[in-house]
Structures are given as structure tokens and as C-alpha cells.
Design a protein around this ligand. Sequence first.
Ligand code: BGC
Length: 262
Amino acid sequence: MTPGTTAIGIDIGGTGIKGAVVDLATGELVSERVKLATPEHGEPDDIVEVTSQILATLSDIATNVPVGICFPAVVRNGRTMSAANVSDAWIGLEAEKLFEKALGVDIQFVNDADAAGYAESRFGAASNQPGVVMVTTLGTGIGTALLYNGVLVPNTEFGHIELDGHDAERKAAYSAKERDDLSWSKWAKRLQKYYTALEKLLSPDLFIVGGGVSKHSDQFLPLLSLKTPILPAVLRNNAGILGAAALAANDAPVRGRGGHPL
Ligand code: BGC
């Protein structure tokens, strides 16, 4: 494999940890996707252990390539500041350093929605889209990624804006549809409120809707009435892997807004 054109991306989630080698020119996976279950309770040492097993498999295929890891938390200066569907022990942890020590390589460590959003902007539904793009992932929670002319503004966390007196993700994530047994049209009413609120805050040029449910986008996107165009994500389950790999290969590190440049 030609050095400089590939990177490894690993996507850590509440139920699974998956990784692959990515061709950065095409945005395609050039290895099998390796997936293992997230250890019960999502404790740091256990997750690091499973991640190192995945990396060991992928490093046999691609050696000395950049490694990016995405994670469901606010990540500032390599430190996890929150924890969604993993142990609270992550909060305040120097996660990037912990992984680097255990894996023996430098990594780029970023929020999962930021990785997915960056991937959509670079290789997917928002490629070549100028202006402000707001990517939302509807899953257990709501993850968001804000891009301006392809540049990522990390850690936006717009899944936690207030909606009818509640945390928005509690009302409008895909998990809320399942939990409250909502029809597509009932859920779409909540999404309507959510995206209208985002529109007011951000006046984006484009919304992208990701997460597993995006494969059923024809059931709910046509029910929304917004000023902003809204499109389904196209990279599906691989968005986190692709974005983490692509961000790792960038020259400038993504460090969050802690005083470091993007
Ligand atoms: C978290 C985000 C994360 C999103 C998707 C939210 O609950 O606050 O950091 O990106 O879930 O996993």
C-alpha cells in the first residue's frame, strides 16, 4: 500500500468497536471491517484492550500509517470531557494519552459525530458543499458536526439543546422513537421541532442526517418542512471509521477549542 494514501480509522461506540484501513483518496475501506463488542460497562482499560486487538489486526495490513480513533464524548486536548453510553470513568480522563501509551503509536482522538460529519463532508453527502453544513446523527443520542467550507468546528453537541423543556436527544433521537413506540409521523413531529430550532440557531446551507436510521430516511425526511435542504448521510456505518482516519491524516491536529489550532 502506498504510504500517505491510507490511514486506520477506529470507531468506538456503546455496543461495538470497529476499525478498518481507509484509502484517503477514494474514501473506501481497503481492508475488511474488524468489529468486536464493546466490553460491558465500557470501562477505559477494557475498551483500550479491545481497541488494541483491532489495531493489531489492522497494523498487519497497513504499517506505519496514521491512526484516528473516534469516541462518544466531548474531546478537548485529548481529554474526554463527557461519556455517552460508556463508563463515567472516562469523564476528565487523558484518553488520548492512555490509548497512545497502550497502543504504542500516536493517534488522533476525536468525537464520534465529528468524525462521521467530517467523513460526509470529505467523501459523502456533503462533499464539495460550500458554506455551513450541519451533520446530525440520530441514534441512541444525537451527535452533531458543524462544518464551514469543509472545516470542522469540533464538539458542537447540539444534540443537547433544549426542546420542550427536555434535552433534545431525549425527545428526538432514534432511541426516543423506539422507547416511546412512535410512528414515523409522530417522530417526525419531534424532528420538525428539533431541526427548526437548529435552523434558527445556525442558518445552515445544508442538513445531513446520519445514524443507522438514515437508511430509512424516505420514511421521515419527506415529512419535514424546513427552509434548509436536508439529505440522508451516505456513508452509513463506516462514517466514523472514515472520518477518524481522514482526520488522523490531516496535517493540523483537531484539539478542540482549547487554544490549539484546528
Ligand atoms: C454525546 C455526543 C455524541 C453523541 C453520539 C451524545 O449523547 O453527547 O458526544 O457524539 O451522543 O454518540
